[in-house]
Each structure stands twice: as structure tokens, then as C-alpha cells.
Design a binder for this molecule. Structure first.
Ligand SMILES: *[C@@H]1O[C@H](CO)[C@@H](O)[C@H](O)[C@H]1NC(C)=O
Ligand SMILES: *[C@@H]1O[C@H](CO)[C@@H](O)[C@H](O)[C@H]1NC(C)=O
Ligand SMILES: *[C@@H]1O[C@H](CO)[C@@H](O)[C@H](O)[C@H]1NC(C)=O
Length: 368
């Protein structure tokens, strides 16, 4: 038995007064995600996070070779394999998010995915604009709680909705559509505040329903997409071979989104709003591609036409005549617009590192 004056006990007595000692006595556990509660996630967005919404909603086929890498079949994801949202779900040991519009197979016990390929924030009342996705969520929530109180088990309850993570990844198509309509750079820029306002309205609507935890991705370097590079005639290229004006618009959009998040953090009481700089992660991946093991950062794996971009709008990936590279793990771009699973895996690990998040909060913060 230790005497009351043994050095150990004295050490403990002094030690409890000093925070640094708490680290010695109770070292922090390694960052291995173990949710205490079942993680519930609701996601809103475009093809960057669509896990099958387009196919379910409009019957639009997304053909092989999409899906070839991980799933071995087409799942409706426009990519060879897993998307960022899939990898983030896996980091929590959670199952993949089912598309809200899928009437078969989805049980919606861990949330729902409202993202659909091609979605933007504006115009507001077309399928499946952000506003419509939020309306669908409101319906989903009302209906789920109704069924829950009628005794249906295994559904998300009120607490589940309150503790859920609400993810938003949208804006890329707003910018891309503006450029595609031949708007001048100045005109594209002038539309940005209304797009930001739509994202603000979406967060506010979810907050009004009790949502408190938000995870918002900014938009990637639009001017580095092989599709844009192949379609634009007069190219003003930056040192990494990307379209300067497209990237400048993405940077301005992201500035607006970052400000919005900052503003909402002080305006929305008790809300946690994490802003993630996807642009910085993707631009680094492209600019330093060799360091990450990729050879042609601006060329699509799956498309038509060969170097430099392997993109042809008439023969896109999965359409008759397309050609796909043998090894997608050497490419960043899958089809000229979307990233390969290999790229997404690196991007996801950078997201999980917290280095690109404001504030620096771990992705699993909402399920503890
Ligand atoms: C992940 O889930 C599996 C089964 O669903 C379980 O056996 C395992 O313990 C879980 N791991 C963690 C880290 O939660
Ligand atoms: C945009 O401009 C290009 C080249 O001037 C032209 O070929 C194309 O048809 C225009 N697109 C639209 C939507 O006006
Ligand atoms: C490329 O990597 C270098 C060294 O890590 C870094 O300083 C630079 O910011 C990266 N480029 C981009 C565009 O992120």
C-alpha cells in the first residue's frame, strides 16, 4: 500500500492543478472515429455528391464505366468509384447515404442525400435546385416524424434531426452555367451574391427546423476541369494550365461563401458551421500532381480525343465511342468534370485532417 506521503500521490495532487499533467495522466485518445450516437447526415448538392439521385429522380442512366473501380457496377454516381461523401461516411463507419428519391432499397436510418447531378442554386424553382432540395428535406422530416409517432421503428426521431450533420456542396453549376451562357466575366461575378443568398436561405430554413450542425464545402477550381479547358476557345491560362477567369470566379464565390459562414456563425445561436476549403485541396492536387502520383492532371481518364484533355462533348464517358484509360488511379479527372476515386481518396484524407476547415473541428464532431 502506498503511504500518504509517497511521491506518487504528491505528484498526483500537484498534477491535478496543472492542465499539462492531465495530458500525462489521461493522454488524448488517437483520432479514430467512433461515433457515440448513430451518425445522421443530410446532404444537399450537385453531381459532386450525388449518390444516385439523378437515376432515381429522372431515370437518366449513368452507364458503366462509371462505378467500375469500387462498386463494379453503375450506381448512379458520376465517377469511377466513391465520392467524397462516401469516403466521409466510411470514416465514421456509417453506411453510404441513400438518395432521397430512391423508392427502393433506401431505409433512411442514417439520413438522406438530396443531391442531384446538374443542380445549382438558381433558377430557384426547377428540379433539383437547392431550394427544391431543402423543400424535399422539409417534407422528408415532417413525414418521418409523423410515421415515427405512429409507431414505425428505425426511423430518425426528433433528436436525430437535431443532432444531424447538414452538408452542402453546391455552386459549381451556377458558375459553370453562367460561363456557358457566354456571360462576360463581370456578369458572372455579378450573379455570385444571389447564389450565396440562396445558400444562406437554405441554412436558415434548416436552422429554423432545429438543425444546428453544418458542413459546407466551397467550390473547386472550375478552370482546371478538362471539360472547360476543351470547350473554351480563347484561353487565358494560369501557370498550371487552368483557365484564369474561371478560377478567379470560383475564388470570388468562395470568398463570399466564407464570409457568409462567418456571418452565420455569429447570427445563428448555437450553430456550428464548418467551412471547408475544397478549392485549396483540389488546386494543390493539380498543381503538385506528380507529388501525389498523378501524371496528366488536366486530362480525363474517360472521354474521347486523347491529349491534352481527352474530352469531347459529343462523346462523353459512357456514351458510344468513349475510351477509358486502363488505370484510373493515375488520373485526377475521371470524365473531364468529376474526380476519380483515387483523387477523392486524397481529397477526403485532407478534409479529415482538419487543416482546411474553419473552424478546425473534426468531421465526426456531430456524433459525439
Ligand atoms: C464498424 O462497424 C462494424 C460493423 O458494422 C463494427 O463491427 C465495428 O466495430 C465498427 N468500428 C468502429 C470503429 O466503430
Ligand atoms: C457562345 O459563344 C460561342 C463562340 O462565340 C458560340 O459558338 C456559342 O454558340 C455561344 N453560346 C451561346 C449559348 O450563346
Ligand atoms: C504545391 O506544393 C507546394 C509545396 O508543398 C506548396 O507550397 C504550394 O502551395 C502547392 N501549390 C498549390 C497551388 O497549392
Amino acid at each position: 500500500m502506498a503511504s500518504p506521503h509517497s511521491p506518487d500521490i504528491r505528484f498526483l495532487r500537484i498534477c491535478f492543478l496543472l492542465p499539462i499533467c492531465l495530458f500525462i495522466l489521461f493522454p488524448p485518445r488517437p483520432v479514430l472515429s467512433q461515433c457515440k450516437k448513430l451518425p445522421v447526415i443530410f446532404n444537399f448538392g450537385d453531381s459532386n455528391s450525388d449518390t444516385g439521385g439523378l437515376v432515381a429522380g429522372l431515370g437518366f442512366p449513368v452507364n458503366l464505366p462509371n462505378g467500375r473501380t469500387f462498386f463494379g457496377r453503375s450506381t448512379g454516381r458520376v465517377a469511377d468509384g466513391r465520392l467524397l461523401i462516401d469516403l466521409l461516411c466510411q470514416s465514421l463507419n456509417a453506411s453510404f447515404l441513400g438518395p432521397y428519391l430512391d423508392s427502393l432499397g433506401s431505409k433512411f436510418t442514417n439520413g438522406a442525400n438530396f443531391a442531384v447531378v446538374g443542380s445549382s442554386t438558381l433558377p430557384k424553382y426547377v428540379p433539383f435546385a437547392l431550394h427544391i432540395q431543402v423543400m424535399q428535406f422539409l417534407h422528408f422530416k415532417a413525414r418521418t416524424l409523423e410515421l415515427f409517432s405512429a409507431g414505425s421503428g428505425h426511423l430518425i426521431n426528433d433528436e436525430g434531426f437535431r443532432n444531424a450533420l447538414y452538408m452542402i456542396d453546391i455552386g459549381q453549376n451556377d458558375l459553370a452555367d453562367s460561363f456557358a451562357k457566354n456571360l462576360s466575366y463581370a456578369q458572372v461575378i455579378r450573379r455570385i451574391p444571389t447564389v450565396i443568398m440562396e445558400i444562406k436561405n437554405a441554412v436558415q430554413a434548416i436552422y429554423d427546423q432545429g438543425g444546428r450542425k453544418f458542413w459546407i464545402h466551397n467550390t473547386g477550381p472550375l478552370g482546371c476541369l478538362p471539360q472547360k479547358l476543351s470547350l473554351v476557345q480563347k484561353k487565358d491560362l494560369d501557370p498550371h494550365g487552368c483557365l484564369s477567369s474561371y478560377n478567379a470566379a470560383a475564388v470570388l464565390f468562395n470568398e463570399g461563401l466564407r464570409h457568409l459562414c462567418q456571418e452565420m456563425r455569429s447570427g445563428l445561436k448555437d450553430a456550428t458551421i464548418v467551412y471547408v476549403d475544397i478549392y485549396a485541396i483540389k488546386y494543390d492536387l493539380i498543381a503538385n500532381s506528380t507529388k501525389y502520383g498523378f501524371s496528366s492532371p488536366l486530362m480525363a481518364c474517360c472521354g474521347y480525343g486523347g491529349p491534352p484533355y481527352n474530352y469531347n462533348i459529343r462523346v462523353t464517358c459512357g456514351q458510344p465511342g468513349y475510351q477509358a484509360c486502363n488505370d484510373g488511379s493515375q488520373f485526377i479527372s475521371w470524365d473531364g468534370i468529376h474526380y476519380t476515386e483515387a483523387a477523392n481518396t486524397i481529397i477526403a484524407s485532407k478534409i479529415l485532417s482538419m487543416a482546411y476547415s474553419t473552424p478546425r473541428i473534426a468531421f465526426d464532431f456531430f456524433c459525439h
